[in-house]
Design a protein around this ligand. Structure first.
Ligand SMILES: Cc1cc2nc3c(=O)[nH]c(=O)nc-3n(C[C@H](O)[C@H](O)[C@H](O)COP(=O)(O)O)c2cc1C
Length: 206
């Protein structure tokens, strides 16, 4: 059983007034140790029927204090978010014995941000995004590969068009909790709760 002895205490007096700088510091710590996807976060959505659904997406930076990620607007998550913009996000960094939980609301990012990010991705990813009807049932892998090859041929030598169904979301946090493993299961939990323009900092029992 893990003993959680890696971290020094997480003290109220040592943390910033708002969660963003602390999250950025923890992301930088995660990026500095060998792990495959330090920006991976679980995104939980709720469908129109009240059914929760969760999957991993990659955090792609802040936009005006929103946490951003990119996806297909017509996917399962995209449909959930069109019906209900409330989400939860969770980061877990095993090697750091740290978790961050976020609750908030999403909005679609401005088109120009989605555009810019789309064209920063490698060409295969652009063609993949154009090809995939994310979350739809497909009869065979071969059908998907054939559609990818068609698109690769169609746009050979030219710019791959960014489909209108692909883009980013920004999550405006209302609650951000920083969890750090501590010895004896008395882990540290500091929670920032939005209050007007500022944040209330509270310690939660582990
Ligand atoms: C490490 C990792 C990173 C991922 N990053 C993304 C991402 O940034 N955007 C995305 O749409 N899907 C990403 N996925 C795939 C999603 O987990 C999921 O399969 C896909 O978005 C479809 O989800 P949905 O059917 O619930 O909409 C990632 C999966 C893994 C394992």
């Amino acid at each position: 059983m893990a003993q959680y002895t890696l971290n020094p205490p997480l003290n109220e007096t040592d943390v910033p007034d708002s969660p963003r700088p602390l999250l950025e510091a923890w992301l930088a710590d995660a990026a500095a140790v060998p792990m495959q996807e330090p920006t991976a976060m679980t995104l939980a959505t709720v469908g129109a029927d009240g059914q929760p659904s969760a999957r991993i997406v990659l955090f792609k930076g802040f936009h005006q204090d929103q946490l951003t990620f990119y996806t297909n607007y017509e996917s399962h998550k995209g449909r959930d978010l069109a019906a209900n913009p409330r989400v939860a996000l969770t980061f877990w960094w095993d090697r750091l014995e740290r978790q961050v939980r976020v609750e908030g609301r999403v909005e679609k990012l401005p088109e120009e941000l989605s555009h810019r990010y789309f064209y920063r991705r490698i060409r295969e990813s652009q063609i993949g995004a154009l090809t995939s009807r994310q979350s739809q049932v497909v009869a065979t892998r071969a059908e998907l590969d054939a559609r990818f090859d068609d698109n690769a041929q169609r746009y050979a030598g030219t710019e791959v068009p960014r489909p209108a169904f692909w883009g980013g979301y920004g999550v405006t946090p209302a609650l951000v909790e920083f969890w750090q493993g501590r010895h004896g299961r008395l882990h540290d939990r500091l929670q920032y709760r939005r209050s007007g323009d500022g944040w209330i900092l509270e310690r939660l029992e582990p």
